[in-house]
Design a protein around this ligand. Sequence first.
Ligand SMILES: Cc1cc2nc3c(=O)[nH]c(=O)nc-3n(C[C@H](O)[C@H](O)[C@H](O)COP(=O)(O)OP(=O)(O)OC[C@H]3O[C@@H](n4cnc5c(N)ncnc54)[C@H](O)[C@@H]3O)c2cc1C
Length: 399
Amino acid sequence: MEIAYRPESEALREEIRAFCRDEVPEEFKRAVRHEGEIEGEDSRRWLRMLYEKGGWSAPGWSRELGGPGWTYEQQYVFERELALNDAPRVPLFGAGMIGPAIIEFGSRALQEQFLPAILKGEILWCQGYSEPNSGSDLASLQTSAVRDGDHYVLNGTKMWTSDGHHADWMFGLFRTDNSGKKQHGITVLLVDMRTPGIELRPILTFDGGHETNQTFFDDVRVPVGNRLGEEHLGWTVAKYILGLERFGTAEVSRSQSSLARLKRIARDQPSSGGRLVDDEDFADAITEVELELRALELTEQRFLFGPGGPDAMGAEASMLKIRGTEVQQRITELTAEALGYYSQPFVPEQLAEGYNEEPVGPTPAGYAARSYFNMRKTSIYSGSNEIQKNIIAKAVLGL
Ligand SMILES: Cc1cc2nc3c(=O)[nH]c(=O)nc-3n(C[C@H](O)[C@H](O)[C@H](O)COP(=O)(O)OP(=O)(O)OC[C@H]3O[C@@H](n4cnc5c(N)ncnc54)[C@H](O)[C@@H]3O)c2cc1C
């Protein structure tokens, strides 16, 4: 099954390809080709560029809100072409997660304060959900928000705050009442990260990178006006936002690009007097993952463009998340295997593209072990794969 795009989507596809070819900065593309991400000021610059193309910074938003007003098919084409042409992702926390929640649950004042700024890429966000003892069992969270006049006073700690060190604002879940069911008594607050009493401590991930943090709150005062939705009833808002997060996790197009890079490496790498790609076992492994990816692509398209479209997705999103992350991890495993010694992080920077010495070993290769280690995270975050299996067991198998 191949998707035949409507003419307006085809036209958009050409426009995005030209944008990627002519306008996306080379250093951004290099980061993506090394299976990396841009961050901080580069993210702001990227969002600004997308905004200026006609609201592309918020691909799911309507024209009235300043977005491009794209159909689901056009949004799919947009994500896909960015991935296939080595452009960075659109940061999800802003226009993809908290933006829609502010549209759905926010007061007029919050909408006026945040929506234009999100659209223009003026604000970077982080997500304050998980805590040291509340991850999969998120509703057990205990970081408290106690009402004091026109403010809430926050105390406690959030764990794994991705990009917290670059973020201007956090959308977080806080405990305002402990008397009932654990899902009751949670409140969503928007927290200015410059507020006194907030401290971030870096958590270095397996690959040695600084991507995530532990956030501490010590008598942090947040205006009541920064509450999103009703007091104590934030679980509904939290679930709405989580639903948006689970949406794009299959990452089919990004995996297709990574697979193409793996194939190039296998063609270049020597093995037993020939090329690695001619090694029967290795070729089989590549074929297997390619078939998995193709099946995933068709399954995703069936869910997205079938009856009801993406809005009808429930446990289907969990299926895509599980298989998508398994494929991503497998490709990085094979890439590290293909490069062997040269994929290791102790092989110095000279393997990076752009270094002014003669390369040692295949170039560019130094990213491969980092990416292999980094990708372990994908089956843990956005709801671990075990939790997704629980969802499928309940919703599909009725267990
Ligand atoms: C790199 C990274 C970035 C992250 N970024 C953020 C962020 O920006 N903001 C944020 O709020 N959180 C973030 N997280 C947190 C992430 O959402 C949690 O790690 C995840 O929800 C799992 O929670 P946990 O780490 O507490 O593990 P636990 O919930 O303690 O789980 C431990 C293990 O037990 C399994 N398990 C747990 N419960 C069950 C069950 N009922 N049935 C079967 N198996 C089960 C899990 O699958 C896992 O394998 C990030 C995590 C990582 C690794």
